[in-house]
Design a protein around this ligand. Structure first.
Ligand SMILES: Nc1ncnc2c1ncn2[C@@H]1O[C@H](COP(=O)(O)OP(=O)(O)OP(=O)(O)O)[C@@H](O)[C@H]1O
Length: 260
């Protein structure tokens, strides 16, 4: 079943500039241009591309943190245009790279995990405690962490709390925007293994935005490559024989050099 569909999605940011006569003119940066793809339920999709190619903008468009310039985004066949953020976030959660800014410093981990439950499941108070304890277990943190504050946690532990905060909402799709890039390689691998197990257990769908092609390739069923705001390549499985775009060719060649 198709969970997410992007149809000709375009985002242009206005930029003020001056022409030769120094008149202020309005220019546009096309951050994302005519993107089309679908993600089926249960897939793990990687989205890679050089800095500034439009990956984060795409994540923001899917979660309505930025409005579309043109095109359409559908979730479960319904356009998200007229859907509330409340509706959208119950189905799609976004985990950012910078865990410190996603966790309110004056809240304990328990309060942080309770907040989404209060928002999305206000009438299920009797299940809250079970829910937050369960997600904490899923991200391999024990209950002693509940009374701690974010500053008392390591980078990897904070990132686990961010993932738990997304999981507690029980979404169908989670978008990870460079969510583990700042961690060392061992911690990244531990979190990747953990995410794979959680995905299997709860039949989740992942969109994994990353600079790191090595991890993305191991973990994802399909890799989409963005270049200059466009989707230039989709690579299915491990088959890299028919790569068309010169940028993706360089990207995958570098990967082969690293591996050999
Ligand atoms: N709010 C904004 N206003 C104006 N331009 C923006 C805005 N957000 C992003 N851009 C521009 O859109 C383009 C795409 O940016 P985006 O952050 O999506 O790239 P990215 O692929 O995620 O990069 P990175 O991997 O470095 O995070 C860039 O040229 C960026 O400068």
């Amino acid at each position: 079943m198709i969970l997410l569909e992007l149809k000709n999605v375009t985002k242009a940011f206005p930029r003020r500039a001056r022409n030769k006569s120094l008149f202020v003119i309005k220019e546009y940066i096309k951050a994302v241009h005519q993107i089309n793809f679908t993600i089926a339920s249960g897939e793990s999709i990687g989205l890679v591309g050089e800095s500034g190619s439009g990956k984060s903008t795409l994540a923001k468009l899917i979660t309505k943190l930025e409005p579309l310039t043109s095109g359409e985004i559908c979730f479960r066949g319904q356009s998200i245009k007229d859907k509330s953020s409340q509706w959208l976030y119950k189905h799609i959660q976004l985990v950012f790279q910078d865990s410190s800014s996603s966790l309110f410093p004056k809240m304990t981990i328990k309060e942080i995990l309770l907040e989404p439950l209060l928002n999305y499941y206000p009438n299920e108070k009797s299940t809250w405690e079970e829910s937050y304890k369960k997600v904490l277990r899923l991200v391999n943190l024990d209950e002693s962490y509940l009374s701690r504050y974010p500053h008392q946690l390591s980078g990897g532990q904070k990132q686990r709390v961010c993932i738990a905060k997304a999981l507690v909402v029980r979404p169908e799709l989670i978008i990870f925007d460079e969510s583990i890039s700042s961690l060392d390689l061992d911690s990244q691998q531990v979190i990747i293994n953990m995410l794979e197990n959680i995905k299997k257990q709860y039949k989740l769908t992942y969109l994994f935005i990353s600079h790191d092609l090595v991890t993305t390739r191991k973990f994802c069923d399909r890799i989409m490559v963005m270049y200059d705001g466009k989707l230039v390549e989709t690579i299915e499985g491990k088959n890299t024989n028919n790569i068309k775009h010169s940028y993706s060719r360089v990207l995958f060649k570098t990967l082969d050099i690293i591996r050999n």
